[in-house]
Design a protein around this ligand. Structure first.
Ligand SMILES: Cc1cc2nc3c(=O)[nH]c(=O)nc-3n(C[C@H](O)[C@H](O)[C@H](O)COP(=O)(O)O)c2cc1C
Length: 317
């Protein structure tokens, strides 16, 4: 993406980067780059607005929770967050736009570029709920959104998607052809849970566990050599070993969110130190010395292994 980063640790788009104080703390803690909280597309903003009205009436404390988590942000507030973050930070500031339909956000992308964002991450989250719409149509729409963004801004564009795609390598090629320079794999969406006593939905755990990294590693490994897209891992990066694994399968950077919520921004320095110690121990002086050593291109056979036939022997009985 042409961004100069002092290290590969990016603070993810979240409540942690929803205001200037959060960005300042992330930069002071040594983040290599910061992705700002997403600005959500109008219909989602409207839903949040409805939710806000509903929750404000019934649970005034819930609004302050939503605010704290950075889940409410107004468009003008967002532009000034981008502008002041860029002024404050000496590392790349990546704005994040949630977009699904083609209209509302294109003009906004222009304005984000104008106020100085170093790049834009498009947070695109199609949810397949309509049995009449096939995977290829959803992917066409995704590529079209990226093309549209490419047509309106010159700054680098990263695309952040979720895990639910049936033929990811094909989609990655298309996103590249559509003009993206970066890819973030994967977003971890709001999770549903169910209260079986009240027979009602409730929020699932918003924070990930390290175990969730496995599919991220698999897919980054498979697509890392396909194009020159820069790839950041997201979901399940909780420590230096996870960063090392991401780089070994061919990723370029990692994004951190849950671990920072749980353990604070000081974790960034610890992860960087442990990464450096591991590199020293293995006689690597730069990331490119070991990046991609375990990618699909180098170790394809291992990636083909999906079933537990052999591993079963290793499982406890
Ligand atoms: C409270 C919260 C708010 C988030 N808001 C956004 C957002 O606005 N845009 C986005 O692309 N991802 C958002 N995410 C997802 C994170 O950026 C990240 O992709 C996800 O949490 C997985 O990474 P992790 O395992 O390090 O937590 C949010 C996550 C949390 C927990």
């Amino acid at each position: 993406m042409g961004l100069r980063m002092p290290n590969p640790l990016i603070v993810s788009s979240s409540g942690l980067s929803a205001n200037l104080e959060g960005v300042k703390q992330a930069v002071e803690a040594g983040a290599g780059a910061v992705v700002l909280k997403s600005l959500f597309e109008e219909d989602i903003a409207a839903a949040v607005e409805r939710m806000r009205t509903e929750v404000s009436e019934s649970h005034p404390e819930a609004e302050s929770y939503l605010r704290q988590m950075g889940m409410i942000l107004e468009p003008d507030e967002y532009l000034s967050l981008v502008e002041s973050s860029v002024r404050l930070a000496d590392v790349p500031i990546i704005a994040s736009l949630n977009c699904y339909s083609a209209n509302w956000w294109a003009d906004y992308a222009r304005r984000i570029e104008k106020v100085g964002a170093n790049a834009i991450e498009l947070n695109i989250a199609p949810l397949a709920t309509d049995s009449k719409i096939g995977a290829s149509r959803l992917e066409d729409e995704l590529a079209a959104l990226v093309e549209l963004a490419r047509g309106v801004v010159k700054i680098p564009i990263a695309v952040k998607i979720g895990q639910y795609f049936s033929a990811l390598p094909h989609l990655v090629l298309r996103l590249h052809q559509a003009g993206a320079e970066g890819l973030t794999l994967f977003n971890r969406y709001y999770r549903l849970d169910i209260d079986i006593e009240k027979i009602e939905f409730k929020p699932g755990n918003p924070l990930s566990t390290r175990e969730e990294l496995a599919p991220v590693l698999r897919w980054i490994g498979i697509v890392s050599n396909l194009t020159n897209l820069d790839i950041a891992a997201s979901t399940g990066i909780h420590g230096a070993p996870d960063v090392i694994k991401t780089l070994l399968v061919g990723g370029d950077a990692v994004q951190l969110c849950s671990v920072l919520y749980r353990r604070g921004l000081g974790t960034l320095a610890a992860i960087r130190e442990n990464l450096e110690a591991w590199m020293k121990e293995h006689n690597y002086s730069k990331i490119s010395d070991f990046q991609g050593l375990l990618s699909f291109k180098k170790r394809g056979a291992y990636y083909q292994r999906l079933q537990y036939v052999k591993a079963l022997k290793e499982l406890p009985t």
